[in-house]
Design a binder for this molecule. Sequence first.
Ligand code: UD1
Ligand code: PEP
Length: 430
Amino acid sequence: MDRIAIEGGHPLFGDIPVSGAKNSAIKLMAASLLTSEPVRLTNMPRLADTRLLGRLLQRFGTQIAESDGPDGPQTLLHTPEITSAFAPYDLVRQMRASFNVLGPLIARTGHAKVSLPGGCTIGARPVDLHLKALEALGAHIDMHEGYVFAQAPRGLKGAEIEFPFVSVGATEHALMAAVLAHGTTVMKNAACEPEIVDLAECLNAMGAKVSGAGTSTLVIEGVTSLKGADWSVICDRIEAGTYAVAGAMAGGEVRLTKVRPELISILLDKLVEAGCDVERGDNTVTIRRSGKIRPVDVTTDVYPGFATDLQAQFMALMALAEGESVIRETIFENRFMHVPELGRLGADIRVTGNEARVHGVSELRGAQVMATDLRASASLVIAGLAARGETIVNRVYHLDRGFENLEGKLSACGAVIKRLKGDEPIMEDE
Ligand SMILES: CC(=O)N[C@H]1[C@@H](OP(=O)(O)OP(=O)(O)OC[C@H]2O[C@@H](n3ccc(=O)[nH]c3=O)[C@H](O)[C@@H]2O)O[C@H](CO)[C@@H](O)[C@@H]1O
Ligand SMILES: C=C(OP(=O)(O)O)C(=O)O
């Protein structure tokens, strides 16, 4: 299993180009199942998750061609016919969003058998809202032996769906199913994340009739078929935010390019409170820090609140603040797994329920740590950049799910970071 070695203490100076968003790309790939025509996705991130979803789509009959286009990496997805509507456990367990193929498969073929999903173990993460929404749209759902069996032989029909609380995945899932339903669907208490707007706009480019994306009420007028489209994946606000925090933590001056600053506005405000200079351009953000880090409290929330996917990274920064900060996690019930690992680097963090009290320390010291999930892994890399000595992050396959060329992007800014392949031994002094 690969590891990442970081020699801390080098400030970052340079540009970091932000890739297309993992959390949008994988939903857009699933949406390509809704048409028999080709869908070309540009600004595609090349990640373990997009590769894995590609393998799953190939099982359904999707032809996939990756290439480098004028705007960078692109993927052409073409499913002339769904040859199988079966998503096996072995593929779906590795990534939660792969469950979102269920809706498009039923919408296109009237039936599907999809394994219950896996993904980052940051909470129980049931799929009850997904299934209730699909049932409201007329799908008949049965579950046995870890599989969801769905049937809608006469097609899905528009419905009113009111979510009891906000779910990104369930909103996207119901949206993908409703675009080909007979009649109108109104979705209330829908998620407003930018990735949902990206999905809705791509579906509209394919001929769907979706309005209200980016607000809590979505209205979808079903159409009988969708066509192909060219779509550029929205920038990855979580990757952007992660490098913004890395710049703040390591010090120096980092300029993010190919980014939409308004998508990480709350994070940038928090970085200013923490003592950074932040300059927002049209498609760039520059983060500078030379002084002390000030403690800042953060509570995660649905968009446009502070993203749960940036909580671990921000906590790493607060570990070096001058004073105490309180970080509350309100979206997932088990998203503090980075705390003991940050502790190995010398961080002083106490967790009670969904609240972490971070007592800033004057320095972190390099150590071996274990990546436990995707964003937790990023927090350990960020902490390693500022720690004295060498930090080794084990189990980096988590990072590879969501960060394209992480070592390359950070090295280009002066970080001393490298990947240790497989079981390459680490020479430890006694
Ligand atoms: C691939 C992807 O886009 N992942 C993102 C997506 O995950 P995901 O779509 O899984 O997150 P949700 O918004 O659905 O989850 C929010 C909360 O609702 C709960 N829940 C969700 C669905 C359901 O049927 N029942 C239920 O109880 C979850 O356990 C969680 O506590 O949004 C999260 C919240 O912004 C992000 O952290 C993830 O990075
Ligand atoms: C939690 C995440 O991913 P997933 O929903 O795929 O587990 C994430 O992107 O931070």
